[in-house]
Design a protein around this ligand. Structure first.
Ligand code: ACO
Length: 150
């Protein structure tokens, strides 16, 4: 597997990006402004992440996804490590990521990769998403924000 930055001439893998964020409007808006990286294997895109500068010195992983048939094999962890290392190389000192209160596996993964919970944005998903989101039998309502110094 190889992880590389997508060139401006390549179309981003929308299907994968929408697996991480069901809002096509939001994805289309940040995909243009961020750095998009893909994981490829046998000429197939099996993973993606997008880094978006948000504040001076701070960059956020606004989207990360692994193709369903390749999940649970460590690719998500590899993408997160790659994102952290890319952010460091670009000179950022803080990296952030956010996910819903119902995303139990993602919260586990991000903490295993060194992120700490720093904030809860109450009702974020009720304000920004029209469709109701249920995961692990839990209604997704609040954004859990995580951060790490790099
Ligand atoms: N409890 C404890 N640990 C858990 C749990 C759980 N319920 N669920 C998962 N994990 C751990 C695994 O044990 C593993 O850790 P380990 O290596 O120490 O065993 C880790 O989380 C999963 O690691 P990977 O195999 O590297 O992850 P994967 O390749 O499956 O990718 C991802 C994870 C990107 C979240 C993938 O499942 C995915 O694409 N999901 C759908 C899209 C999505 O939800 N994206 C994130 C949205 S938030 C955002 O984009 C900012």
């Amino acid at each position: 597997m190889n992880i590389r930055q997508l060139s401006v001439h390549e179309n981003p893998p929308m299907e994968l990006l929408l697996a991480a964020d069901p809002s096509q409007k939001l994805v289309e808006s940040y995909v243009k402004r961020g750095h998009c990286f893909v994981a490829e294997s046998n000429d197939q895109w099996i993973g993606v992440y997008i880094l978006l500068p948000t504040k001076p010195q701070t960059i956020e992983i606004v989207n990360i996804a692994v193709d369903e048939s390749h999940q649970g094999q460590g690719i998500g962890k590899d993408l997160l490590r790659h994102a952290i290392s890319t952010a460091k190389t670009l000179g950022y000192t803080t990296i952030e990521i956010g996910t819903g209160n119902s995303s139990i596996g993602q919260l586990a993964l991000y903490q295993k990769c060194g992120f700490r919970i720093v904030e809860v944005d109450l009702n974020f998903f009720l304000r920004h998403y029209e469709e109701e989101i249920i995961e692990n039998g839990i209604r997704c309502m609040d954004m859990i924000r995580l951060s790490q110094n790099i």
